[in-house]
Design a protein around this ligand. Structure first.
Ligand code: NIG
Ligand code: FE
Length: 389
């Protein structure tokens, strides 16, 4: 078993919280990696001997980002739709069917190549855990293969057969919900950890959403919900009622939605890349945080509403546009994402956690928001293994 000592760390963000210090920041610290895990964290002067050394050169070291919401299995792009939005068209989600057509027409190898490209892109920007959804196949075979391919890249795969009602079922949505709850779920469940529904006007109503999520739970899947993105609605409260790990978007919330979240273990996952790319008002992160809600940040990487894999961009947007402090945003992009995936082995750097971390080209975590758009991720370790730049 070979060991690696990361030392000369200027600022170590552990997320091993101490009173008044949710980021668990340590100075002049070192960290020992053994067997893909963090074996020791402490003051550099007490660092144990190791086989190899990685000199952080006085920079900041953070847990790898946990991107808890991404749609990476698709074909084609919708750049023209983006351009039309920037010229004044609204975002309605109607373009999802365009991507469904392209995805169905693509080969497994084409889909796999896209996931590999986006996964690598995310990793180079510090993401070491990424949830991957299906949702652009919307047939039994295309949802199953989307999840099989997703599972080659992530342990956190999510069945989103209820993304929209596909065109061939447009006039019989009940039949489509029957397909999702029956044969599609049966084919998807062996490859999925989670189930998700786009609960929104124009997608799935509350009764359909409840039936699909309950079916997923009965098949052993954990619950997450796309909720309250385009307007107010019942999705957030339904998610809380069903014990969802996370309700995602949360852009249009009532006081009752915020209260329900605050009294629950459900995380509110905010996706500022979607508001950026659809030119929509951002969710009110401050209101959620002040009410005591656990907030995560994720990219929502997808070809329609948010074609970015960049967690640093999401942090910068959350700080500038959503009134989060840099510390809150960094926590939400690491430990918050881990909570949203109900994982305690990532998003934190303490003994026994996965050795998933990044070394910045900067002295502190503040620079992630302070220097927007700058490639600040110098080195990434995943399972203790340095990744190629
Ligand atoms: O999370 N809201 C639903 N699904 C995606 C958008 C998908 C698309 O436009 O292709 C989202 O924003
Ligand atoms: Fe999404």
């Amino acid at each position: 078993m070979s060991s690696l000592l990361v030392d000369n760390i200027g600022e170590l963000v552990t997320n091993d919280a101490r009173p008044g210090d949710p980021l668990g920041v340590r100075r002049d610290a070192a960290l020992l990696v053994e067997d893909g895990e963090v074996a020791w964290v402490g003051p550099a002067r007490y660092a144990p001997a190791a086989d190899r050394r990685l000199d952080a050169q006085g920079a900041a070291v953070l847990p790898g980002f946990v991107d808890s919401h991404a749609h990476l299995v698709f074909a084609g792009d919708r750049a023209a739709e983006f351009a039309a939005r920037m010229a004044g068209e609204p975002y309605t989600g109607g373009g999802i069917r365009t991507t469904v057509g392209a995805t169905r027409a693509a080969s497994d190898d084409q889909l796999r190549a896209t996931v590999r490209r986006l996964h690598g892109e995310a990793m180079r920007q510090g993401t070491t855990t990424i949830e991957i959804k299906s949702g652009y196949g919307l047939t039994v075979a295309d949802e199953a293969r989307s999840l099989r391919i997703a599972a080659e890249f992530s342990e956190d795969t999510t069945f989103l057969g209820a993304h929209v009602v596909p065109a061939e079922y447009a006039d019989r949505p009940d039949d489509y919900v029957g397909l999702v709850c029956g044969p599609m779920l049966a084919a998807a469940a062996p490859h999925a950890r989670w189930i998700d529904v786009f609960c929104e006007r124009g997608a799935f109503d509350v009764d359909h959403t409840r039936a699909i999520l309950a079916g997923g739970q009965a098949a052993g899947l954990g619950v997450r919900v796309h909720a309250n993105q385009l307007g107010p609605g019942p999705g957030v409260r339904l998610g809380v009622e069903l014990g969802a790990a996370s309700v995602d978007h949360c852009t249009h919330l009532t006081g009752a939605d915020v209260d329900a979240l605050a009294g629950s273990a459900t995380v509110a996952t905010l996706l500022p890349g979607a508001e950026f790319s659809t030119r929509s008002p951002y969710p009110d992160a401050r209101r959620l945080l002040d009410a005591g809600v656990t907030v995560a940040l994720a990219t929502d990487c997808n070809p329609g509403s948010s074609y970015t894999s960049s967690m640093p961009l999401c942090i910068a947007l959350a700080v500038r546009e959503m009134r989060m402090t840099p510390a809150e945003a960094v926590w939400a992009a690491t430990a918050g994402g881990a909570r949203a995936l109900r994982r305690d082995d990532v998003g934190v750097l303490r003994r026994g956690a996965r050795a998933d971390l990044m070394i910045l080209d900067a002295p502190s975590h503040l620079h992630l928001a302070y220097r927007p758009g700058v490639p600040l991720i110098r080195q990434v370790l995943h399972n203790g293994v340095p990744q190629c730049p």
